[in-house]
Structure formats: structure tokens, C-alpha cells
Write a protein that binds this ligand. Structure first.
Ligand code: C2O
Length: 609
């Protein structure tokens, strides 16, 4: 069994032949798809996720998990076991309920420069909701990579999009209505204050609802498209930005005469310009090969190192909780970076992709999220026994409302979203090049020859210099990120047994990260980053991760976003060979939104799920 768990120090190893073949590089993706014989990306795991996937009766596991996560949120410390003996104050089941459409109100969109607007994005209330039933289908449909589709597919997709855009405005299946689904769930249209819970609004980002909400949203979008062209097997494309060939806006989306086009996109980011998965609002002068390396290393870090449910999905969010407890790895990065990179800087609210309220108005949004959805499948299929969805019934029973292809209003639960194959679809199998891009430690004093950065420009050097000059501080919370900040953080356990290392992940916990919701923010976190005149990049082991915010707002625009973040550091500390150290030095570098963020506390903890 030991060989099935990826060792933390070596690049991920693929333990048995059945898994290995599914990762083998493609022969020719194009021909594969054109022959209509897409590979079946079988998410076969050697270690099964016992409690997950629809087990309704896992009370024990559910309540203990719940307590562990509360510990992180409440800052009670990371010692598990004893706390579980105390009667659990959170034992009452509290899945987030589907919104009441009658209580939907217009969304507030704000920005400092453009002021406030109100946007009507509530869905029409046509009928009462019925419970979702998993579809029956005769064969799995495969979502293709958008840059690999053929003419025939494009014609079909284009026709479906035309029909969707041509539906009557008040038809909930109309394209604009579909875009508004995102606006309502993401920009505070569903306020629960009316239900007697003050300041409680429904927000599907910044929590464990992120993956299942978007999966179901896209599922219905795809079903509607299929229905419109009378092809129930129609599968929408995904934007394969985690692979070099897919790192530009797919060509099918850039023809101004196509219904896939959106003019509110950054004009500087059209093909052949490549997406920067680490984008922070400003162009970086990287060569094409450096950018690919940076992107793939970032993907490795986010996919391989975030190997527990909380790290990957995000923090628990239950009925009655304050919204936005904390994003998971992929939501934080690269999800937000790509929204920012596509959004049009000239627009008052960075429409369309650059603001949650308008993101769904760009057809590219759905291809972007299709890839996010695909990464959820891939994450679960990678070796590692903690790569399981939450067994927690509060998660599994959280529900949403969507209009389906027949314009029926359906109530769907998270438990309906766990496997794409029960929803009738899967993804075209393509290479996962980032599996081979494990970050490596920087070599101070040797400049950046190893990485071959030929375009280190002044800005990068200035940041590096500022990093070097920042004094190391301790216990000075809350800390405002108006400059580079270096903080020494103590490690509660200097030595961990083999078993502890296998069972728990050492994490850096950021508590009460506060900012206005309507500003774009990115700050980077480096660990034990030594003096060097070149900026730290995702290919460096020292780069632990980033916090990001995509401008949005909520029902109570005055209330700041108050959220948390956990970054895995077990592998990183091993890479840097500092596992026996008592402290680590955490460097926080504001990349966008300087001075707009404060952090309530930073500490090290150990999490198991
Ligand atoms: Cu709901 Cu990418 O956002």
C-alpha cells in the first residue's frame, strides 16, 4: 500500500500500470478527437474514499470533521482528539439551503472609481422546484479541449449558442439568464436576512461550495445547449489552460462574428499571447518558455500539494455561517488569475470576466470553468489517500436551484455532483504536463541562470530589493500589507513521526484576512526566501501560494470580506530541508491591491482532511 501514496519529496509517481496508461502523453490529440474515439480518462484510485460519494449515514465522521475545521476557523489550536470529546456545539445538521427565489433582490456592484450600480439578475419564478434526479443516458459524452475541436463540432456548438442567445429574454434558458445565475449566486442577490439571520447572504465562492456549485451550473447549461440542437449527447468544450497548447484564448472564441465572442475582454490578451496563471494585473515580461514553466509549476503546486479536501475544495460553510470562510487551492489560483487576465481593464467593473456579476456573460467563462471542473476529477484520481471529497453531510446536502433544459426549476444537492459520470459526462483525455514540473529550491547567490530569465525587468528587481530590506517581525497582528512583510512563525512540532507526516499536512493558516470585496487583490507567500536579486516565481519551492480576490460584492456592501486561507507546507519544508527548524520566515508580498488587505493572524497547524 505504501507505494500508492505519493512520497512528499519526489515528483508524483504513478504506481500501477492502469493509472500510468491514463497519463501517457497523447499521440495526437487532434486525431483522437476527430476519430470520435476520445480516450476514457478513468479516474481510478487505488485507495478508495470510503465515506464519501453519497454515504448518508456517516454521523461520526461528519461531526468530528466538523470540529477539526472549526478549530482552524476559531483559532483553538491544532490539537485534535481531546476536543472531540467535548459535546459538539455544532452537531445540528446545517447544510446550506437552496435560495428562496421570492427573496431574491437586485445585486449591488461597486468600485471606487465607477461608483455603485444595481443589477437585476434574479431568475424568473415560474414554478415550484422539483427534486433533481440523475439523468439516464446510454453513453458518456466527452467534453473536448476547445483548441482541439473540429469544424463539425464547432458548427454544432455555434448553432447551439446562437439558439440560446436567441431565446426570449424571460426564458430562464436564455444566455443572459444563464449569465445571471452566476451573478445572483455570487454577488449577494440571495440575502437570508429575511429569514432572520442577520448579515447572512448566499455566496458560493470562498468555500467548499465552489466546485459543486459550478459543476451543476455548467451541467444545466450544457443540457440546455444540447436540447436546443436536439442532441442530448452534446458536450461543451473546456479551456485546457493547464497545457502549453491550450494556454491562449481558444481560437473558436475570438472570431468577432461568432456567438462565442465577447468584446469585453482584455485587448492585449488575444492570441498568440499566453495566459499567465500567476497574473496579478500587470504584464510580466517573461519569455514564452519561462511563462510555460511558471504556469506548469504553479499547476503542480496547486494540484499535487493540496492533497486534502479542505486544502483543495475550501473551508466548510454551513447554514447560518458567515459567508466566504476560505477559498480552496484552485479557486484561489489559477481560477482568479484567469478571470482577471481575460477581463477588460477598460470597463468600469472590469467586465466581463473580471467581476463575478458579469463573468457569465462571456461564453469563455463556461470553458474556463469546465477546465476547473475537469481538474476536480483529476485531483481525485491522483495517487494519495486523502484526495477524497468531504464525507460531511452538511456539504453533501447543501442544495441549489437551477432551471433545466425543459425550463423546470430543479433543486440539486452537492451529493448529486460528486461524479461527472453519474451526470453522464467526462473529459477528453489530454496530457498532464504539469505533473513533471515540481518546483525546486532557489540557489541564492547564483542569480537566475538556472531558470534562464532573460527579461528580469526593473519592477521585479524592485520587489526583490524590497523583499530583502524588510525586517523580520513577530506577533504584530493585525498586519497591513502596504509593503513587503516578513514574519517569523513558530512551528508547534519540530519533529513529526512518519505516521504523523502521512496522516496530517502541515499548513500555514491565515486567519481573518480582511479587505473590501470590490477590489482586485493578490498577495504571494514565500517561505524562508533568501536574499536574491531576482523575484521568486512559481517554479521555486519557496513559493507557498497566493491569496487572490476577484472583485464582487454582497448584499451588505459596507461589510468587508473576512476570510481565511490554508497553504500546505509539508513538501515545501522537506524541499528546503528545514523540517527540524523551530521557526519559519514567512514573506508576504502584495502584488495587487497594496495596502488594501490586513491579516489577523498567521500560524502553523496540522490538518487531516
Ligand atoms: Cu463563480 Cu469563476 O466564478
Amino acid at each position: 500500500m505504501a507505494s500508492t501514496v505519493s512520497s512528499s519529496s519526489t515528483p508524483i509517481t504513478l504506481p500501477n500500470s492502469s493509472i500510468q496508461t491514463s497519463f501517457l502523453p497523447k499521440t495526437s490529440q487532434l486525431s483522437i478527437f476527430k476519430k470520435k474515439k476520445p480516450f476514457n480518462f478513468v479516474s481510478k484510485k487505488l485507495v478508495s474514499c470510503k465515506a464519501s460519494n453519497g454515504d448518508q449515514n456517516n454521523e461520526l465522521s461528519s461531526s468530528s470533521n466538523r470540529f477539526d475545521r472549526r478549530d482552524v476557523l476559531l483559532g483553538l489550536g491544532g490539537l485534535y482528539g481531546a476536543t472531540n470529546l467535548v459535546s459538539d456545539p455544532f452537531a445540528v445538521a446545517a447544510p446550506v439551503a437552496a435560495p428562496d427565489l421570492d427573496l431574491c433582490e437586485r445585486s449591488t456592484v461597486t468600485s471606487k472609481s465607477a461608483g455603485t450600480i444595481k443589477v437585476a439578475c434574479c431568475p424568473p419564478k415560474l414554478k415550484d422546484a422539483i427534486d433533481f434526479k440523475p439523468p439516464s443516458f446510454s453513453k458518456i459524452r466527452y467534453r473536448p479541449a476547445a483548441h482541439l475541436v473540429d469544424r463539425h463540432y464547432l458548427d454544432k456548438f455555434t448553432r447551439a449558442m446562437e439558439l440560446m442567445k436567441g431565446l426570449p429574454e424571460d426564458d430562464p434558458r436564455n444566455f443572459m439568464q444563464q449569465a445571471n445565475v452566476h451573478c445572483a449566486y455570487c454577488n449577494g442577490a440571495y440575502d437570508n436576512s429575511a429569514l432572520g439571520i442577520p448579515n447572512q447572504e448566499l455566496q458560493v465562492h470562498f468555500s467548499w461550495l465552489f466546485f459543486p456549485f459550478h459543476r451543476l451550473y455548467l451541467y444545466f447549461y450544457e443540457r440546455i445547449l444540447g436540447k436546443l440542437i436536439d442532441d442530448p449527447d452534446f458536450a461543451m468544450p473546456f479551456w485546457n489552460w493547464d497545457s502549453p497548447d491550450g494556454m491562449l484564448i481558444p481560437e473558436i472564441y475570438v472570431d468577432p462574428n461568432s456567438p462565442l465572442y465577447d468584446e469585453k475582454r482584455n485587448v492585449n490578451h488575444q492570441p498568440p499571447n499566453m495566459v499567465d496563471l500567476d497574473f496579478a494585473g500587470e504584464e510580466e515580461e517573461l519569455s514564452k518558455s519561462d511563462l510555460i514553466k511558471s504556469n506548469l509549476s504553479l499547476m503542480y503546486r496547486q494540484m499535487v500539494r493540496n492533497r486534502t479536501a479542505t486544502l483543495f475544495h475550501g473551508f466548510a460553510y454551513r447554514a447560518g455561517d458567515k459567508p466566504s470562510p476560505g477559498q480552496g487551492a484552485i479557486e484561489n489560483n489559477p481560477h482568479t488569475a484567469i478571470h482577471r487576465w481575460v477581463g477588460d481593464q477598460r470597463q468600469p467593473y472590469k467586465e466581463d470576466m473580471g467581476n463575478f456579476y458579469s463573468a457569465g456573460r462571456d461564453p469563455l467563462f463556461y470553458a474556463h470553468h469546465s477546465n476547473i471542473d475537469r481538474l476536480w476529477n483529476i485531483w481525485k484520481s491522483l495517487p494519495g489517500k486523502k484526495r477524497c471529497d468531504f464525507p460531511d453531510t452538511d456539504w453533501l446536502d447543501s442544495s441549489f436551484l437551477f432551471y433545466d433544459e425543459n425550463a423546470d426549476l430543479v433543486r440539486v444537492k452537492v451529493r448529486d455532483a460528486l461524479e461527472t459520470t453519474t451526470l453522464g459526462y467526462d473529459y477528453q483525455r489530454v496530457d498532464l504536463p504539469w505533473l513533471r514540473y515540481k518546483p525546486t529550491p532557489r540557489r541564492p547567490g547564483q542569480g537566475r541562470g538556472r531558470h534562464g530569465h532573460s527579461h528580469d525587468h526593473d519592477h521585479g528587481r524592485a520587489v526583490a530589493a524590497e523583499t530583502n530590506n524588510a525586517a523580520i517581525i513577530r506577533n504584530v497582528y493585525p498586519v497591513v500589507l502596504d509593503k513587503v512583510v516578513r514574519i517569523e512563525v513558530p512551528r508547534p512540532k519540530k519533529y513529526r513521526t512518519r505516521l504523523e507526516k502521512e496522516e496530517e499536512e502541515e499548513v500555514l493558516v491565515f486567519q481573518n484576512i480582511q479587505l473590501n470585496r470590490d477590489v482586485a487583490v493578490k498577495f504571494d507567500v514565500y517561505i524562508n526566501d533568501e536574499d536574491d536579486e531576482t523575484p521568486t516565481r512559481p517554479e521555486d519551492s519557496e513559493f507557498a501560494g497566493s491569496f487572490t480576490n476577484l472583485p464582487h460584492n454582497n448584499h451588505h456592501p459596507g461589510v468587508k470580506l473576512d476570510t481565511n486561507m490554508t497553504l500546505p507546507i509539508s513538501d515545501l519544508l522537506e524541499d528546503l530541508d528545514v523540517e527540524g527548524d523551530e521557526n519559519i520566515v514567512v514573506t508576504l508580498v502584495p502584488k495587487e491591491g497594496k495596502g488594501l488587505v490586513s491579516i489577523g493572524n498567521i500560524k502553523i497547524d496540522y490538518i487531516r482532511d
